[in-house]
Write a protein that binds this ligand. Structure first.
Ligand code: T3D
Length: 262
């Protein structure tokens, strides 16, 4: 049978492609295991300075594979809390904490956990024909994979509640207008634009970019004053990197910088 996930590393860019197109790349046990392995490999490969996540076929990801979830009358329901604890939450934490930029190229529908996995990436590009669906409410669940945090942060509480409680399909263009994603692009251009962006980011000051993520992620839990303190601490670290030195030298010498990610 075909691999449920493809993993490559080239030019500092790790690319993970979800590869169960017949079920719109929904997550079964095997794909979860492969994803866990791939995220570990990404994290441990010191040549990697950006991660690109995308899907094969007409969908990006339809969340949990529901064919693994039907329960016969009288049978005990699966413990979904355990599923989140063991599978989804570690995946989302690993994605969110990557010490370099994560880019998601949403090639088609992103539903349920699939939508929130995409939205957990730092930069989300979507094909114009793609869409986002918080499908959970339609089967009696709540948005998971960080959705109840990510959605209000990205689009505000009113829109988060509408998306989460109605489960409507949000077209990529509306997602862009709402500020839920970075940009939507023509379908044919998506993979190339996403790869170009990932390649570009992989040549940038990686440690500085990781610190930017840390500061922005902390902002929703901090007061303005606490955030000023955090900026002080993180800028201190940024100011000690080789790439900062190189950035300033290149500016003064009026040349292009060469960042090593150190
Ligand atoms: O359980 C836990 O561990 C807790 C964690 C939960 C996380 C979650 O993600 S819960 C939410 C699960 N996902 C959904 O509820 C979405 C289900 N899918 C859909 O609503 C629709 O498929 C879409 C709106 C995403 C796309 O619709 P459409 O009309 O473009 O395509 P389709 O015909 O529905 O799907 C194409 C095929 O993919 C189809 O198979 P077939 O008929 O060609 O053999 C369909 O059954 C399959 N498919 C789509 N999504 C899933 C799926 N198969 C299994 N699981 C899926 N989630």
């Amino acid at each position: 049978s075909q691999a449920p996930l493809l993993y490559t590393v080239e030019d500092g860019v790790a690319c993970i492609t979800l590869n169960r197109p017949d079920s719109l790349n929904s997550f079964n046990t095997e794909m979860h295991a492969e994803m866990r392995k791939a995220l570990k490999a990404v994290r441990q490969d010191s040549s990697v300075r950006a991660l690109l996540l995308t899907g094969n076929g007409r969908g990006f990801c339809a969340g949990q594979d529901l064919s693994d979830r039907s329960v016969a009358p009288g049978e005990q329901a699966p413990d979904l809390g355990e599923s989140l604890e063991k599978r989804y939450n570690p995946m989302l934490r690993a994605l969110k904490d990557m010490p370099f930029p994560t880019i998601c190229a949403v090639n088609g529908v992103a539903a349920g956990a699939g939508a929130n996995i995409a939205l957990a990436c730092d930069i989300v590009l979507a094909a114009r024909s793609a869409s986002f669906i918080q499908a959970f409410c339609k089967i009696g669940l709540i948005p998971d994979s960080g959705g109840t945090w990510t959605l209000p942060n990205l689009v505000g509480m009113a829109r988060a509640k509408g998306l989460a409680m109605l489960g409507d399909k949000l077209p990529a263009e509306t997602a862009e207008q709402w500020g839920m994603i970075w940009r939507c692009v023509d379908d044919e251009a998506l993979q190339e634009e996403a790869m170009n962006m990932a390649r570009h980011l992989a040549t940038q000051p990686t440690r500085g970019l990781a610190l930017i993520k840390r500061a922005l992620h902390a902002s929703s839990d901090n007061s303005f004053n606490e955030q000023l303190d955090l900026e002080r601490d993180l800028q201190r670290l940024a100011g000690r990197t080789e790439d900062y030195r190189e950035g300033v030298s290149a500016f003064i010498e009026k040349r292009r910088p060469t960042f090593k990610g150190e």
